[in-house]
Design a protein around this ligand. Structure first.
Ligand code: C5P
Length: 347
């Protein structure tokens, strides 16, 4: 939290309050999807793992009534790479009430018994996680907005307390299936969790203090994929026999064990690689066939390549950080948008 002092033109000193929060993107190290429920949502069993790439939301006093929004791209991020290639336009992101960060802010304001008309609040998003990439970029904006606005209302003395974690998670779930996990991952050691139900029922996987995060390379696509379309392709393809039928909705204990183990690091990474699964990968490849090129790329440092969530971002598991840096640089030289990072993010 930061308090800035500014000097308005009439010469009076004013205090501009500014609070800031960040929330990470994610990959799914396991994603088993069941058949759709009556409401269209799919029951699933997933292993969410935060990545060391963050969305930052700054909440500050503004001259404008209500809530306004602005957006910048984090330099050198995947979004920056997409932007420089002319594949991402800032204007694509709506800066009105439909933006998930705006909706998150409104629900936080209401949770404190206030209305938007009580405020002159500006939210600024620094964007690093791709839009429609299967990495919970929009969900991370919402999670960071919840936390920044909660703190802002408290520091502005519009409320007497900030919300507890359970209250935050209750506000997060209606905003989207990934938002509760990303809220949880904004806190220390909350970056690995089994998600059940539609993804909102979380069981945090305890991480040893000396946990060694996995080194991965994330490769963003030129165009996003619509999550509902990927789920529909899975449903239709299952009926037509293009994809295996829904299996057991359970994250294997062997995968959880390998992830939390700290011995035999190289054998452990290969064990993890063998147990990764994503039922949405086939449908994502059907809708974005270019993904196959990345997924089947031949490079000796690759342990396993997999689609993140509903895609189209591909995550490539490698043995160590130097291998990740080298592979990301090689991919960028070939015109791909790639970045080396770790998962889960150890805050
Ligand atoms: O919850 P969220 O808005 O992120 O979900 C986006 C879309 O993804 C939903 O509208 C739904 O079509 C699909 N989805 C699903 N089952 C889930 C999660 C998401 O079908 N468990």
């Amino acid at each position: 939290m930061k308090v800035k002092t500014g000097k308005p033109e009439d010469g009076k000193r004013m205090h501009v309050l500014e609070t800031r929060a960040k929330a990470p993107g994610k990959v799914n190290l396991y994603l088993a999807v069941g058949n759709p429920r009556e409401d269209g949502y799919h029951p699933l069993a997933t292993l969410f793992s935060s990545v060391n790439i963050y969305e930052t939301v700054t909440a500050r006093d503004s001259q404008e009534p209500g809530i306004t929004l602005s957006l910048d791209i984090v330099s050198e991020s995947l979004v920056d790479q997409q932007h420089r290639a002319g594949e991402f336009d800032l204007a694509e992101v709506p800066l009105d009430e439909s933006n998930l960060a705006h909706r998150a802010a409104v629900s936080m304001v209401q949770a404190h018994g206030l209305t938007v008309n009580d405020l002159n609040l500006h939210l600024h998003i620094d964007k690093a996680v791709p839009v429609a990439g299967g990495m919970a970029g929009g969900s991370a904006d919402a999670a960071a907005a919840l936390l920044a606005v909660d703190q802002y209302l408290y520091e502005r003395r519009l409320t007497e307390r900030t919300l507890g974690l359970e209250e935050l998670l209750a506000l997060a779930a209606p905003l989207g299936a990934d938002v509760p996990f990303v809220v949880r991952a904004a806190f220390p050691l909350g970056g690995l969790a089994v998600g059940e139900g539609t993804g909102t029922e979380l069981r945090i996987v305890e991480l040893p203090e000396d946990m060694i995060p996995l080194d991965i390379v994330l490769v963003a696509a030129s165009e996003g994929l619509s999550t509902p379309q990927v789920f529909s392709e899975l449903d239709e393809g299952r009926v037509a026999g293009r994809y295996p039928e829904a299996g057991e909705l359970q994250v294997p204990s062997g995968l959880l064990h390998a992830l939390t183990q700290t011995e035999a690091p190289i054998a452990r990474i290969h064990e993890i690689g063998r147990q990764l699964r994503n039922d949405l990968q086939g449908p994502a490849v059907t809708l974005a066939p270019d993904l196959e090129t990345i997924l089947t790329m031949d490079n000796e440092s690759i342990v396993e390549a997999f689609v993140s969530g509903s895609g189209p971002t591909v995550a490539i598991l490698v043995e160590d950080a130097p291998a990740a840096d080298e592979l990301a640089a090689a991919l960028r030289r070939r015109g791909r948008h790639a970045i080396a990072t770790q998962t889960p993010a150890m805050l």
